[in-house]
Design a protein around this ligand. Structure first.
Ligand code: LEU
Length: 892
C-alpha cells in the first residue's frame, strides 16, 4: 500500500471555489449531481492533468462546461477521475454518480442509520459520494439540494436553508409518493471533510442561543422518535459551550442555525460538520435512569468539543492530514478546559491524566508510536489516535504553561485573526505564539516531531546547615519506530516545596548550579528544562522540605525521583497541589503492586505483602477529610489499573500475576479500612432527585467507589449492602455501579442481577451496551465463552460499532487477563472478529486491532500466541488497508 509523506506536500494545480450538489435520495440508488466551478491555481504549472479522487464511485456521466464528455477526454475508475486536457481558465465540471446508502456498511460517505440518511466525510469519505480534491486544503462554498419522498420529512445540510417546497415525483419513482426538496447554502468556504447531508423521519428538539453580539441562533437537535426526553442535557451543554467560548476564547458562533443529529451507527464519537454536527447517539442521549454520571460528563465534553471545532478546525482548518493535531489537539485542550470550568479542575485533570496514561502512554511506548504530527501514513483513519488527540492537547497546555496565560491568549488571538478562512500548519500555529509573545519555540516544536514519552529523573538533597536544596533533573527520550535517537526537549516542570512537617516551606531564590545564574525568586513555580541535565540550587530554604514536581502533570512525561515512600506519604497528606497528592498516593500503591506482582511470580503460593500501615492511615485521613471534594476522594480510592501496572513493569509481563496482586491489595485495603469505608458509605446516602451536576456526581462516585472496595473484602454483609444498592437505586449511575462492583468482584449474586438488569433495559441499546461491556470485562475464566455466546444474543450486532466496541472492545481493552490468556484463546477470538468485521467495516476493525499494540511487553509464551494471531491476520488474502497497516506496524 502506498505511503503518503508530509515532505511531498504540493498544493493542487486547480482550485474548486464553488460546489453545488443535488441528491435524489433512494436507499439503493441515490443519484448525486455535483457541479464544480474550477480554475487553474495561480502560479501552478497549468500543463498538469486534472486528477480527482474517488472511492468506489459509480459514474453515470460527466460534463465539461455543459457538454457531455466522451470517453476519450477522461479516464475514470472507481478510485479516480482524470481529465486529460483541462481548460486554462475557469470551467465547470459536472458529475452524476450513484450510491446505495443501504449497502454502505463502512459508514463512510452516504449511508443510512435506522432509516436516516446521513454522511460521514472526515477524513476521506467525501470521495465515496463524488470525485473531488478530497483533501483539507481545497476550500469551497457549497450549495446543496436534497430531494426525497415526503415520508422523509427533514432534509438538512450545512449552512442556511434558502429554499424548500414540493416537487413532482421524479421519473422512475412510484407516482403515488409525493416528493419535496430543500436547498441549503453554506456561506463559509470549507474543505470536503466538513460536508454533511441528512434526511430522515426524526424528532426535533428546539432551543435558541443569543450570541454576545445579539445574534439569535436557532438550536435544533434531531433524534429518533421517542428519544426527545433524552436531549435536555446535550442542549444545555451546547448552550454552555457557546457562552464559554465567547467568555474565555472570544469566539462567537457565525451562522443563524446550529444543528445536531444523533445516529446509532457511527464509527467514532462525533463530527463537527459546519452547522450540522453528526453524533454517535451515545454522546447525546441521556436521562437519569439510562445514563451514568460518566455518560453525562462525556456528553458535555463531546458536545463542547464538536462545537469548539467551529473555530479550531472549521474556520481555520488543516493544510493536510499530517496537521490533524492542529485541530484535534487544540480542540481537546479547549474541551478539557471547558469541563474543568464546569466541574472540578483537579478531578478533571486527574481523570484526563489517567486516560492519557491508559491510552496514549502504551501507544507511545509500543510499535504504533508516532509523533503528534506524523510524517507518513498509509491510512489516515488510523491516525485518529490518543497521541494526536490527547498528547496533542498536552502540547497546547505546555505551551500555555511556558508562555503564560496572557501570552497564550495573545498568540491564539493572532492565530484566529491571521489564519481565519485558511488551511494551515503547526508551523503557522507556533509562529503566531512566537510573534505575539516574542519567544522562540524551535526547541518546543520537537514535541510535535518526536514520538515517545520522555523520562525525567530527579534527584534532590537537602542541606539543613546551609538551608539549601539541590535538585538535579535529567531528561531522555526512548527510541521509537523510525526515531532511534532523540533531540532534547523543552519541558515545563511546575513545582513547589512541601515541608516535612506539613507546614509551608519557602525559599529565597533558585540558582543554576553550573553558571550560578539566577533562575527565579521566592515566587518561582516553574522550571523549564532545555538541557540534558540541570542542577538547581534552592537558597534560603526555610525548613526541611521535599520537592513536589511536575505539579498538575505539567508535561506528558514519566518522572522518577529519589523521594522515598515516607516522602511520598508526606505529599499524600500535605501537598497543596491536589494532582500531586493523588499522584503520590498512586506512587505508594504502585510500589506495593509491583512488589506483590513479583512475589506472585516467584512462588507458586502467593505471599501477601503487608500493606504500608502509614499509607492506610493517610488514606483514612484523606477519606474523612471533609475539606476534600467527594470526587477527589473517590479518585484516591482507585487503585492503579492492571494496564498501569503492566506499563510500569514494562517487560516480560504476566497479566495473571498483576491481576492477583491488584485483587489482594484491594482486599487488604478494604479489610484495613473496614468500618471507615462502611460508615462513610452510609453517610453518603442521598434521597433527593437525581441531579447531573458535578458535586452530586462526585458524591455518587465516592459512595460507589466505597461500595466497590467494601465488596473486595469478601461477600459477608457486603452482598446485602450491594444488592440493596442495586435494587433501591433511583438512577443508572448507582444501579450500574452496584452491578459492576458485584460482577467484577465475583459476587455470587451477580448472575441473578445481570439477568434482572437485562430484563429491565432489554429495549434500550445504549444501556444494553453497558451490560455487554461489563460481562466482557469480567475476569472470570468463563468470560471468553460468555463473549462468544453474547455475540449470538439478539441485542448484539456486528454492523453496529457501538455494540462491537461494547462487547469485543471491552473484552480486548478492559480485561487484561482474559484477552492475554496463556492459551492464546483471547487473542484468537479478537483476531477472528477483526477478520470478520474487516469485510464490512475496516475502520472499526482496525480500531479493534489496536488492542494488540502492547503485545511485545508480554512474557514469551503469550508473545508467541499474540504474534501467531497477528501473522494470521497479516497473511489473510483480502485485507483492508486499515487493518493491514495496524497489524504490519505491530509486527515490525
Ligand atoms: N473530527 C472528529 C472529532 O471531533 C473525528 C472524526 C473522524 C469523526 O474528533
Amino acid at each position: 500500500h502506498s505511503v503518503v509523506r508530509l515532505e511531498d506536500y504540493q498544493p493542487t494545480p486547480y482550485q474548486i471555489d464553488r460546489v453545488s450538489m443535488a441528491f435524489r435520495l433512494d436507499p439503493m440508488q441515490t443519484e448525486i449531481t455535483t457541479t464544480l466551478r474550477m480554475a487553474p491555481r495561480q502560479g501552478s504549472n497549468n500543463s498538469q492533468a486534472l486528477k480527482l479522487q474517488g472511492d468506489e464511485i459509480n459514474l453515470i456521466g460527466a460534463r465539461l462546461n455543459g457538454s457531455a464528455l466522451d470517453a476519450s477526454h477522461y479516464e475514470a475508475t472507481p478510485d479516480s477521475f482524470v481529465l486529460h486536457k483541462p481548460p486554462q481558465e475557469t470551467f465547470i465540471l459536472e458529475f452524476v454518480t450513484r450510491v446505495a446508502p443501504d449497502n454502505n456498511t463502512q459508514l463512510m460517505g452516504l449511508y443510512r442509520s435506522s432509516g436516516t440518511y446521513c454522511t460521514q466525510c472526515e477524513a476521506e469519505g467525501f470521495r465515496r459520494i463524488t470525485y473531488f480534491y478530497d483533501r483539507p486544503d481545497v476550500l469551497s462554498v457549497y450549495e446543496v439540494r436534497i430531494e426525497a419522498p415526503k415520508d422523509v420529512p427533514y432534509l438538512l445540510a450545512n449552512g442556511n436553508l434558502i429554499d424548500s417546497g414540493d416537487m413532482d415525483t421524479p421519473e422512475g419513482f412510484d407516482t403515488a409518493q409525493a416528493w419535496h426538496y430543500a436547498v441549503w447554502q453554506d456561506p463559509f468556504p470549507k474543505p470536503s471533510y466538513l460536508f454533511a447531508m441528512v434526511a430522515g423521519d426524526l424528532a426535533r428538539v428546539e432551543d435558541h442561543f443569543i450570541t454576545r453580539s445579539g445574534r439569535n441562533v436557532a438550536l435544533h437537535i434531531y433524534v429518533e422518535h421517542g428519544k426527545e426526553d433524552r436531549v435536555a442535557y446535550a442542549m444545555d451543554s451546547l448552550k454552555r459551550s457557546m457562552k464559554w467560548d465567547e467568555d474565555v476564547f472570544d469566539r462567537e458562533y457565525d451562522l443563524d442555525i446550529f444543528m445536531i443529529l444523533a445516529v446509532s451507527d457511527f464509527n467514532m464519537g462525533a463530527m463537527e460538520n459546519k452547522g450540522l454536527n453528526i453524533f454517535n447517539d451515545k454522546y447525546v442521549l441521556a436521562k437519569p435512569d439510562t445514563a451514568t454520571d460518566t455518560d453525562y460528563a462525556l456528553i458535555e465534553a463531546v458536545i463542547a468539543h464538536e462545537y469548539f471545532h467551529n473555530w479550531t478546525g472549521n474556520r481555520i482548518t488543516c493544510r493536510d492530514w499530517f496537521q490533524l493535531c492542529l485541530k484535534e489537539g487544540l480542540t481537546v485542550f479547549r474541551d478539557q478546559e471547558f469541563s474543568s470550568d464546569m466541574r472540578s479542575r483537579p478531578v478533571k485533570r486527574i481523570s484526563d491524566v489517567r486516560q492519557l496514561r491508559a491510552r496514549q502512554f502504551p501507544e507511545d511506548s509500543g510499535p504504533l508510536a508516532h509523533p503528534v504530527r506524523p510524517e507518513a501514513y498509509s491510512e489516515i483513519n488510523n491516525f485518529y489516535t490518543a497521541t494526536v488527540y490527547e498528547k496533542g492537547a498536552e502540547l497546547c497546555r505546555m505551551l500555555k504553561t511556558l508562555i503564560g496565560d496572557d501570552g497564550f491568549k495573545d498568540g491564539l488571538d493572532l492565530y484566529f485573526k491571521r489564519f481565519d478562512g485558511q488551511a494551515v500548519t503547526i508551523e503557522d500555529f507556533l509562529a503566531s505564539f512566537e510573534e505575539a509573545c516574542s519567544v522562540n519555540l524551535t526547541q518546543f516544536s520537537q514535541w510535535y516531531r518526536q514520538a515517545g514519552t520522555p523520562n525525567l529523573v530527579a534527584t534532590y538533597t537537602y542541606d539543613a546547615a546551609r538551608g539549601q536544596m539541590s535538585l538535579t533533573i535529567e531528561q531522555s527520550c526512548p527510541p521509537t519506530p523510525g526515531q532511534p535517537t532523540k533531540k532534547l526537549m523543552q519541558i515545563p516542570v511546575r513545582f513547589g516545596l512541601v515541608a516535612r512537617d506539613g507546614s509551608s516551606a519557602t525559599f529565597s531564590g533558585i540558582r543554576d548550579a553550573k553558571s550560578g545564574g539566577l533562575i527565579g525568586g521566592s515566587d518561582c513555580t516553574l522550571l523549564t528544562l532545555t538541557n540534558r541535565e540541570h542542577t538547581y540550587i534552592f537558597e534560603g530554604v526555610s525548613t526541611d522540605a521535599l520537592p513536589s514536581l511536575a505539579r498538575g502533570f505539567s508535561a506528558p512525561i514519566h518522572l522518577r525521583t529519589n523521594l522515598t515512600l515516607e516522602d511520598q506519604l508526606i505529599l499524600v497528606l500535605h501537598d497543596t497541589d491536589p494532582f500531586n497528592r493523588w499522584e503520590a498516593t498512586q506512587f505508594v500503591l504502585m510500589d506495593h503492586l509491583i512488589r506483590q506482582t513479583r512475589a506472585n511470580r516467584s512462588s507458586s503460593i502467593a505471599v501477601d505483602q503487608p500493606v504500608n500501615a502509614a499509607l492506610i492511615e493517610a488514606l483514612k485521613t484523606c477519606l474523612l477529610d471533609d475539606s476534600l471534594e467527594h470526587a477527589f476522594r473517590a479518585q484516591l480510592l482507585q487503585v492503579p489499573s492492571e494496564a498501569d501496572i503492566a506499563r510500569e513493569i514494562g517487560k516480560n509481563v504476566n497479566p495473571d500475576a498483576i491481576h492477583a496482586a491488584r485483587e489482594s491489595l484491594r482486599q487488604e485495603l478494604a479489610k484495613a479500612l473496614g468500618t471507615t469505608l462502611v460508615e462513610l458509605y452510609q453517610s453518603l446516602q442521598d434521597g433527593g432527585a437525581f441531579q447531573p451536576d458535578s458535586a452530586s456526581a462526585g458524591r455518587r462516585a465516592l459512595r460507589n467507589g466505597l461500595l466497590d472496595l467494601i465488596l473486595a473484602a469478601g461477600e459477608g454483609t457486603a452482598k446485602g449492602i450491594a444488592t440493596a444498592h442495586y435494587n433501591e437505586a433511583s438512577n443508572m449511575t448507582d444501579r450500574f455501579a452496584a452491578l459492576a462492583a458485584m460482577t467484577l468482584n465475583r459476587s455470587t449474586a451477580a448472575d441473578a442481577l445481570l439477568t434482572d438488569f437485562h430484563d429491565r433495559y432489554a429495549d434500550d441499546a445504549l444501556v444494553i451496551d453497558k451490560w455487554l461491556s461489563l460481562q466482557a470485562s469480567s475476569p472470570q475464566e468463563g468470560t471468553i465463552g460468555k463473549v462468544k455466546t453474547l455475540m449470538d444474543h439478539p441485542s448484539f450486532s456486528m454492523s453496529n460499532p457501538n455494540r462491537v466496541r461494547a462487547l469485543i472492545g471491552a473484552f480486548a481493552m478492559n480485561n487484561p487477563i482474559q484477552f492475554n490468556r496463556k492459551d492464546g484463546e483471547g487473542f484468537k477470538l479478537v483476531a477472528d472478529i477483526i477478520l470478520t468485521l474487516d469485510r464490512s467495516n475496516p475502520q472499526t476493525a482496525a480500531r479493534l486491532a489496536n488492542n494488540f499494540r502492547s503485545w511485545k511487553v508480554l512474557e514469551a509464551s503469550r508473545q508467541t500466541s499474540a504474534e501467531r494471531e497477528l501473522r494470521r491476520i497479516a497473511n489473510t488474502e483480502v485485507l483492508s488497508k486499515d487493518v493491514a497497516d495496524i497489524v504490519n506496524r505491530c509486527l515490525q
